[in-house]
Write a protein that binds this ligand. Structure first.
Ligand code: SF4
Length: 319
């Protein structure tokens, strides 16, 4: 390479915590503060290793299912939401519950219930096995079928092709989802759209920001965990938008030095469940290796916040 090397970092904005993750993590912190440990959490509260490890150290106990929670104990439902069956199990075991389901996931549940009441066939675009999809599908299992990719569309069977609606997981790639929906619409021309976008604002904004910087980047680093759908999508979006390479890392220490060979511009972003401290760790790591010049590429301002789950809000009694 020539002497005109210019090592720089482009930092995507928005990145990191969304309103739903912020609320869910705070819900566990508040539950620990108000009730003391142990506080049980069904599934990972958000899909991030660091967050789960930090909350575990403070007394949160993460379980896969409610039957692992002692009767009468306090359990938090994660940001990804739960099916009515899980709520029923928690009631049977007389668990005290705090629902940290993101309000934007709840919105999709409401849509599923409404279209099921109106007897639509609901095509849910999403990833099989993802907790959010299990929760949404559980709202109306007899009306909902999962469509993972455009290739799946050929095998979809509905009762009445005139009465079909698509909904989606909140954390998908916007472009891929639209491809799947186009294929669905070819088969079902009167396919109804969701009343409003199901892919949430945070997922969309983080993808737009990555798309804006990726064409200038020899390498894009996405901070996020492997089971974080929106983080994995950011790697894919970076590659399809022209990044030379893109990798997902939980921590700076996972960066392979060989990725930096011959690289000038590095793009950096993080998934919606990633605390900023982990991004700072990567910035410090890169600065030590000559990438001290950091420029933020901003494509949107985010101001949305959600209030805490009602079980944790201060009681008005006695005021
Ligand atoms: S990624 Fe979107 S749907 Fe998921 S918690 Fe964040 S705001 Fe809610």
């Amino acid at each position: 390479m020539s002497g005109s090397h210019r090592k720089r970092v482009l930092l995507a904005k928005p990145r990191g915590y969304c309103a739903g993750v912020d609320r869910a993590v705070e819900a566990v912190e508040q539950a620990l503060e108000q009730h003391g440990p142990p506080v049980y959490v069904r599934k990972q509260i958000v899909h991030n290793r660091h967050v789960v490890e930090t909350l575990s150290e403070r007394g949160a106990i993460f379980v896969d299912e409610t039957d692992e929670v002692p009767e009468g104990a306090l359990v938090v439902f994660s940001a990804h939401g739960v099916s009515p069956a899980v709520r029923g199990q928690a009631r049977e075991r007389e668990l005290r519950t705090i629902d940290a389901t993101c309000p934007l996931v709840t919105k999709v549940h409401q849509e599923a219930k409404r279209f099921a009441r109106e007897d639509f066939d609901i095509l849910l675009v999403g990833h099989r096995g993802h907790e959010e999809v299990e929760g949404t599908a559980g709202e109306a299992p007899e009306h909902i079928q999962l469509v993972e990719t455009a290739e799946d569309v050929a095998t979809v069977e509905v009762r009445d092709p005139e009465k079909v609606v698509w909904l989606s997981q909140t954390t998908l790639s916007v472009d891929e989802t639209m491809e799947t929906v186009r294929a669905l619409r070819e088969r079902f021309p009167t396919l109804q759209n969701p009343p409003s976008d199901d892919i949430c604002y945070a997922t969309q904004n983080r993808q737009v920001a990555v798309k804006a910087m990726a064409p200038q980047c020899d390498l894009v680093l996405v901070v996020g965990s492997r089971n974080s759908s929106n983080s994995v999508r950011l790697v894919e979006v970076a590659l399809s938008a022209g990044a030379g390479a893109a990798h997902l890392i939980d921590f700076a220490r996972e960066i392979d030095e060989s990725w930096l060979d011959g690289v000038e511009t590095i793009g950096l972003t993080s998934g919606a469940s990633v605390p900023e401290v982990l991004v700072r760790g990567v910035i410090d790591y890169l600065a030590e290796r000559g990438w001290a010049d950091v420029e933020e590429i901003s494509t949107a301002e985010e101001t949305l916040t959600f209030s805490l789950p009602r079980e944790l809000r201060p009681s008005r009694a006695g005021r």
